[in-house]
Design a binder for this molecule. Structure first.
Ligand SMILES: Nc1ncnc2c1ncn2[C@@H]1O[C@H](COP(=O)(O)OP(=O)(O)OP(=O)(O)O)[C@@H](O)[C@H]1O
Ligand SMILES: [Mg+2]
Length: 421
């Protein structure tokens, strides 16, 4: 199929690299409805309110607010009935900056030139000027991203004044605080806390795997603008097949189990999308597999790359033990015997250590949680006799050996070919 590759690539890049306005909100319908209700009350009926949205990073807080406001605009004629003020705790780091930004966003120009005496006075001046300048526009929606940082401002003046306005009937405002901190209410001063409505939305929502795959498909499918219908259909069919491919499905499952963060899923797709070109017309499973290796680091493999050769050899001995005996548990003595077989076989090539040194290395593996006791050992039982199991997968050992700096050849060979007694 003769695609317009640069057009496809720029459409997909826009979806992946920018927070897309048209992207559909998954789940969170109840929360969206709750927020929409408050937005309607504020913009249509002039009722003030305050609410906190509390959830972990990248779980859709900004998207939830954006989609609720979009829905409000779609369903009600509110275009000239409200103004929106966006503040961010990382940008407006003090109240003076916050006041200037509020003034600018509400079209009150001369805040920067005025000498700011007290916060309350200037804030009241801004609201007054706003009301006089825009008699029709009654309501203001304040969105305070990284809300917890505003609690560090002197006397929490901004928060105090915002919540105070919520309670007075001067202007109808909706204050939406957005934060990742669960303990945010504890950070509010008493007089601020008592003015807050105590409405909160906790988003503990996580997508299901099917929804996760659906987002994967929707991020890679094209809309059809600027393409022939047959091209759109063929590209989207190809994406459908890609998502059903066994290895791609495995990668998605692995990533999903690792983290349900949709930003990570978007990161996974950046390299495959950048590779789209006339000489590489389709996204193939291998692109996704390679990209996954770059973004998800296996910390066990990284840990194994940093252990000593002796510790690595003990891990190999444990792997051979479990292969030979078909058991997942072992004691130090068993590992020691397996390791000594290797030492006897390759006596000229490897460094020999006394048994206490080998035991010390074994203990370090316990400390690093690469091996662990199978059950809670009796406190009088010596560590040598603890039943242990290995927490490293054979594939992880193979990967670590490939990347291990200057790994002795004899150890490499032993890892591949166990010594049979
Ligand atoms: N429920 C959801 N439905 C669809 N996409 C989502 C959802 N939640 C998160 N996403 C995706 O994850 C990305 C991050 O979402 P968003 O920016 O809303 O997170 P956030 O909670 O505001 O993060 P932060 O704490 O970093 O500000 C968005 O680009 C969006 O595509
Ligand atoms: Mg956000």
């Amino acid at each position: 199929m003769d695609y317009n590759y640069s057009l496809i690539q720029s459409e997909l890049r826009n979806k992946i690299c920018h927070d897309c306005l048209n992207q559909e909100l998954i789940g969170l319908q109840d929360e969206q409805e709750k927020l929409l209700q408050l937005l309607r009350l504020c913009t249509l009926f002039g009722e003030s309110n305050s609410i906190l949205i509390i959830e972990p990073p990248a779980s859709g807080k900004t998207m939830l607010i954006r989609s609720a406001i979009n829905k409000l605009r779609d369903t009600e004629d509110v275009a000239d009935k409200y103004s929106q003020v966006n503040l961010n705790g990382l940008i407006q780091v003090d109240d003076k900056l916050a006041l200037i930004s509020i003034g600018e966003q509400l079209g009150v120009e001369d805040v920067r030139d005025r000498s700011i005496k007290s916060f309350g006075e200037t804030f009241a001046y801004i609201l007054e000027s706003y009301k006089n300048g825009n008699p029709k526009k009654g309501s203001i929606i304040f969105i305070l991203d990284v809300f917890d940082l505003f609690t560090r401002h002197r006397n929490q003046a901004l928060l105090y004044n915002l919540f105070e306005v919520c309670q007075s009937a001067k202007v109808s405002v909706l204050v939406i605080g957005v934060t990742c901190r669960l303990d945010v209410l504890e950070l509010l001063e008493k007089r601020v806390k008592s003015r807050f409505s105590h409405r909160q939305i906790y988003l503990l929502y996580a997508p299901s795997f099917d929804q996760y795959v659906a987002v994967f498909k929707s991020l890679l499918k094209i809309e059809g603008k600027g393409h022939k219908p047959s091209q759109t259909k063929s590209w989207n069919n190809h994406i459908e097949k890609l998502a059903n491919d066994g290895s791609v499905n495995d990668i998605l499952r692995r990533l999903f189990d690792y983290s349900k963060d949709l930003r990570l899923l978007k990161n996974l797709l950046v390299t495959p999308v950048c590779l789209i070109h006339e000489s590489h017309p389709n996204i193939v499973p291998d692109d996704i597999i390679k990209s996954c290796k770059h973004i998800v680091k296996d910390y066990t493999v990284l840990l194994l790359q940093g252990v000593s050769v002796l510790e690595l050899s003990l891990i190999i001995a444990m792997k051979h033990l479990s292969d030979k005996r078909r058991t997942t548990t072992f004691t130090f003595e068993m590992v020691y015997q397996e390791y000594m077989q290797f030492i006897l076989y390759k006596s000229q090539l490897v460094e020999k250590f006394p048994k206490p040194v080998i035991f010390k290395a074994y203990e370090r593996l316990i400390d690093m949680a690469l091996i662990k006791p199978t059950n809670h050992p009796h406190k009088r039982l010596q560590k040598e006799y603890w039943q242990m199991s290995l927490l490293v997968q054979p594939t992880q050992i193979a990967e670590a050996l490939q990347k291990y700096p200057n790994c002795p050849t004899s150890v490499m060979q032993w890892a591949l070919n166990p010594i049979h007694s």
